[in-house]
Design a protein around this ligand. Structure first.
Ligand SMILES: [Zn+2]
Length: 556
């Protein structure tokens, strides 16, 4: 037996505990309970000098005498609370308007409609459009936000090295930066501050940070565009987003740092992460959705410090607070959805995951940083790198066929090669101008009086009719001699076709430059790409890769 005297700090009070090491760890916990009223299940005892948490296996003979007692409930409570304040900020209409203004709404809408059209859906419902827009918002956000591992020097832009933490100044505190990291410049030796802003309005401006800032700002965007959204907090180190998809009739995982959606096993399977918590925080409440993100629930439970009943009670209290003042009708809707989600989570937990789906390791962040976290995963497969897709390629075929009359027309002309190159380059320019205009209002003008090339194009216009038609465009002669090229029908068909035509034009111009003489026989030359296979798998010739489809069909 060894008699020990521990100095135990709990909240702001100090206690002295006389303890006999023969009695075992449980006895120590009961002694602490009698002094502090923190029940044994709720106790986390930390050896201060060693900075580690004591457990049944700890050697209580050798452990240093300064201990700290923390209530696990209090600790989890304190970790989650700030996020409730954060998600409430998303509801501010002024904030939401500011967010909407910083997103290229027209472009995202176009991309969403084009993605749907590529799946053969030219008349999507509102729910389908909303779902597709959300995915485009995610992809755009991934490109528009910057990952900061170590910030560059504020003064000269060189590399910096960490030199600890600082306290926030007034302007930093104003935007919720309670933590500020400090860095030295390796070259000019000046100091650079990296305030960890929490205010989503500020993040619209800085557009940088680590996963905390990313998830905070992206979830805010989702709210600003009207999606039911939550921040998902893994109490250890990662944060991401969930949105309620009306299309899927359920909550959907979205990770803005990775540009990945609906892959909840990304962390456990892809990153090889031991997930302990996934706590969903929204304006309507807080709940534990860990079961969506794990297939190893039996391993998760023993890793948690807090007991299940205590966690449920804590989250239920928070939810009640969030729902205070909500009408009984809305409350009953929310309750119904909660119940459906609980049932779905149980099903998720027992669903056998598809072993053929391989999930990538962590992509965001510095490689060394990721390696240090062992989150690189087993393979380097990127979810958006697949160059081949199955698609409805009728529009591609139509476009390629429509080039035949154009080429035939050139052969009949004098100096066909030079003329053809110039005319095609001019056409390319017009179509590029069209591509850069808002997709619902596309328009470009050809003025035949102003230069000879334009005059040639003007003269050739009849042979372009089929091509314009394939692009859902039409030409209209104005009384002043100008010719307007404008939309003829569904603007999405134009959006879908333009990249294909531009790619084909590029190819054709390059090939024309290479051949010596352009005569009738040249038409049998491979002026157009031959690496397409009709009605089956095609190379996405010049089309932007439809990430949504690629993920679904091309994961090996
Ligand atoms: Zn510097």
């Amino acid at each position: 037996m060894v008699a020990r005297k521990f100095q135990v700090r709990h909240n702001d009070a100090d206690f002295v505990v006389d303890y006999d090491t023969d009695d075992g760890f449980e006895t120590l916990k009961f002694q602490l309970f009698s002094l502090t009223s923190v029940v044994p299940d709720d106790q986390k005892i930390i050896a201060l000098d060693e900075n580690r948490v004591l457990s049944d296996d700890s050697d209580l003979i050798s452990v240093s005498e300064r201990l700290r007692l923390v209530s696990v409930n209090d600790e989890v409570n304190e970790q989650i609370r700030p996020y409730i304040d954060k998600v409430r900020m998303y509801e501010d209409p002024v904030y939401q308007q500011a967010a909407q203004k910083t997103a290229p709404v027209d472009e995202l809408e176009e991309k969403a409609l084009v993605a749907l059209a590529k799946e053969g859906n030219f008349e999507p419902s509102k729910v389908e459009q909303d779902h597709a827009f959300l995915l485009q918002l995610l992809f755009w956000f991934k490109k528009s936000f910057r990952w900061v591992n170590v910030p560059p020097c504020d003064v000269c832009g060189s590399e910096t090295i960490p030199r600890g933490k600082g306290s926030p100044n007034d302007s930093e505190s104003q935007y919720g930066a309670s933590r500020v990291e400090l860095y030295w410049c390796k070259i000019c030796l000046k100091s650079t501050r990296f305030p960890r802003y929490n205010d989503p309005l500020k993040l619209l401006e800085t557009r940088s940070g680590r996963c905390g800032e990313w998830a905070n700002c992206f979830t805010f965007y989702c709210r600003a565009f009207g999606y039911e959204s939550r921040l998902i907090l893994d109490l250890d180190d990662h944060v991401w987003t969930e949105c309620f998809s009306q299309l899927l009739g359920r909550w959907m995982h979205l990770d803005p740092c990775e540009g990945v959606y609906d892959k909840p096993l990304l962390y456990e399977k892809g990153w090889k992460k031991n997930l302990n918590y996934a706590i969903a925080i929204s304006k309507d409440g807080v709940c534990d959705v860990t079961k969506r993100y794990t297939r190893k629930w039996h391993e998760v439970l023993p890793r948690r410090n807090i007991t299940e009943p205590a966690l449920s009670a804590l989250l239920a209290t928070m939810t009640q607070e969030c729902r205070r003042g909500i009408s009984s009708q809305v409350l009953s809707e929310l309750d119904k959805r909660d119940q459906m989600e609980r049932e779905a989570l149980e099903r998720d937990l027992h669903s056998t995951d598809d072993a053929s789906i391989s999930l990538p390791g962590r992509q965001s962040g510095d490689k060394e940083w990721r390696k240090s976290r062992l989150e690189l995963g087993s393979d380097s497969l990127s979810s958006s790198s697949c160059p081949v897709r199955k698609c409805v390629d009728e529009h591609v075929t139509r476009i390629y066929n429509a080039f035949c009359p154009v080429l035939s027309q050139f052969v009949k002309e004098e100096n066909p090669k030079i003329k053809a190159i110039k005319a095609l380059e001019f056409l390319q320019k017009i179509l590029m101008d069209l591509k850069n205009t808002p997709f619902k209002l596309r328009k470009a003008s050809i003025d035949s009086a102003s230069n000879t090339i334009q005059a040639i194009v003007h003269q050739l216009l009849p042979s372009f009719a089929e091509l314009l038609n394939a692009l859902s465009l039409k030409s209209k002669a104005e009384p002043d001699g100008k010719v307007d090229i404008c939309l003829a029908g569904d603007p999405v068909k134009t959006s879908l076709g333009l990249p294909v035509v531009l790619d084909a034009l590029d190819d054709m111009i390059q090939n024309l430059k290479k051949i010596d003489n352009f005569v009738e026989d040249s038409l049998s030359l491979p002026l157009l790409k031959l690496n397409r296979i009709h009605s089956g798998f095609v190379h996405a010739s010049g089309e932007e890769l439809p990430v949504g489809i690629v993920v679904g069909l091309c994961m090996k």
